[in-house]
Design a binder for this molecule. Structure first.
Ligand code: ATP
Ligand code: ZN
Length: 458
């Protein structure tokens, strides 16, 4: 059967649906609804979007009903291996989750061998079987199609192997993840045979455009000054960077400025290696397209709107939460020394003192242009007014003659705020955190000086 338009199969609704469409849009394709629910149309390219259940996507692509598809790696890997299976074209960087072994709190786990002779419930029997084989473990696999997390409570299995992203479902069922089996994310797949001749070029163009979008997504812009002699070493350290831009530094024969876009994440360790190689004035920032995503409100479903408005913490939870927890623990243990150390690590500089004198604050204010200062002061005044007005009020009631019940609000004695700074201090974060804290303090001591302090974080 010959077709005039390329077909790409996407999940119709579910965890990958919105981001799959969003990826097509950021690759410049205009997707419009078709005559029926099964198809969407791309107006500016001869491509149709086939909207189906994710489980059917590999089969549709394997059989050539669709030429390309987007599906979770977990779904792809769960197919029994065969030459007719679809091929992975590239990872897409969303829909991240992990297939993990999870066990009730009381079950001891010391490694895969602990699974010997154990019953494991899962919806991914093939992936699990390969995992067990790899570790030479014999266990009994119980296949379930859903609600795997209830299997231990039902006595159906001792442990489970299931998809996890936040761990909340596990926790709610008294389970803890003990072993990763597969890290998954959405992948672009293509059939084992190339599409018919005239559609092959469309497929290649599509893939190239999607590659362009995903390549720039995780990219970071890294800049530094470095001794000329350190350049080969720096090139080797920068992960996945194309040729960096090297410019001479005026007035310094031996030093150069290096700017590079790194395709992989630049971790703090990388920056530290660069420093060790002689790099100075190091900075790294996410590329704009990583931080800013253009969303068209009228085109977003209810779910996508909720997702768009969700705090980033919800979306990037684990990595951020882990780092933050470490910082909290360090500060609790070591106090201000830990604050200085973390500031040095994250911002590349630590304040000389953690307490600013009034004179230092005045000097800082004097450096700001009138407009900037006025904007900051206005923002501070507005936020302060709101938080002062909305301070919780004590209440008291006489429930029976002589029985007085009272609810009293007491501010916490002190608090610490962390304001991310790095190359761009987030004034709004400072204001939104510090002003409510100061409003609280005002209710404790009405006479505390209400001086405007723009830069004091404690
Ligand atoms: P369908 O109706 O299309 O069959 P589904 O219920 O099988 O949908 P979803 O729950 O929408 O599938 O998940 C689709 C894919 O999203 C999963 O196969 C997985 O790759 C990915 N995913 C990301 N996070 C999670 C998570 N926390 N739990 C399950 N899947 C996740
Ligand atoms: Zn499914």
């Amino acid at each position: 059967m010959t077709r005039e338009r390329l077909r790409i199969a996407l999940q119709k609704s579910g965890r990958l649906a919105e981001e799959s469409l969003a990826l097509l849009r950021s690759a410049g394709f205009t997707v419009t609804k078709g005559a029926n629910e099964l198809f969407y149309r791309i107006d500016n390219a001869p491509i149709d979007v086939l909207r189906v259940r994710d489980d059917d996507i590999p089969t549709l692509v394997a059989d050539g009903v669709a030429d390309l598809g987007i599906v979770g790696l977990n779904v792809l890997e769960e197919r029994e291996s065969s030459a007719r299976n679809p091929k992975e074209v590239m990872r897409l960087g969303f829909g991240r989750c992990a297939l993990k072994i999870a066990a009730p709190e009381k079950v001891a786990y010391e490694g895969p061998y602990s699974l010997d002779g154990v019953r494991i419930a899962t919806s991914y029997p093939h992936i699990l079987e390969r995992f067990l084989d790899k570790h030479g473990v014999k266990a009994e696999i119980v296949t379930m199609t859903g609600s795997v997390e209830v299997a231990p409570r039902l006595g159906l299995a001792q442990v489970i192997c299931d998809l996890v992203s936040t761990g909340a479902t596990l926790e709610a069922n008294g389970l803890r993840a003990v072993e990763p089996v597969l890290e998954s994310e959405a992948v672009l797949i293509r059939g084992p045979k190339p599409p018919q001749h005239d559609l092959a070029a469309t497929a290649e163009r599509f893939i190239a455009r999607v590659r362009g979008v995903t390549a720039s997504r995780g990219a970071k812009y890294v800049m530094m000054n470095a001794p000329r002699a350190a350049l080969p070493q720096i090139r080797a350290i920068l992960p996945g960077a194309g040729a960096p831009t090297v410019t001479p530094l005026a007035g310094d024969e031996d030093a150069v400025a290096v700017h590079a876009v790194c395709q992989e994440s630049v971790f703090w360790e990388t920056l530290e290696q660069l420093k060790a190689a002689g790099a100075r004035h190091l900075g790294a920032q996410y590329r704009e397209d990583d931080v800013m995503q253009r969303l068209v409100w009228s085109e977003l479903s209810e779910a996508a709107r909720t997702e768009a408005l969700a705090r980033p913490l919800k979306r990037r939870e684990t990595a951020v939460a882990d780092v933050v927890r470490t910082i909290f623990d360090d500060v609790e243990r070591e106090g201000e020394a830990a604050v200085a150390r973390w500031a040095l690590k994250l911002d590349q500089r630590a304040p000389e003192a953690l307490t600013l004198s009034g004179a230092a604050v005045d000097a800082a204010r004097a450096k700001l242009a009138g407009d900037d200062l006025e904007a900051l002061d206005t923002a501070i005044a507005n936020v302060a007014a709101f938080h002062t007005a909305t301070l919780p009020q004590d209440s008291e009631i006489e429930t029976a003659p002589g029985v007085r019940c009272k609810r009293v609000w007491r501010p916490i004695a002190s608090c610490g705020l962390y304001i991310p700074a790095g190359t761009a201090p987030l004034f709004s974060t400072l204001i939104m955190l510090a002003e409510p804290a100061r409003a609280q303090r005002a209710c404790r001591s009405a006479s505390s000086p209400r001086r405007r302090v723009t830069h004091r974080t404690r």
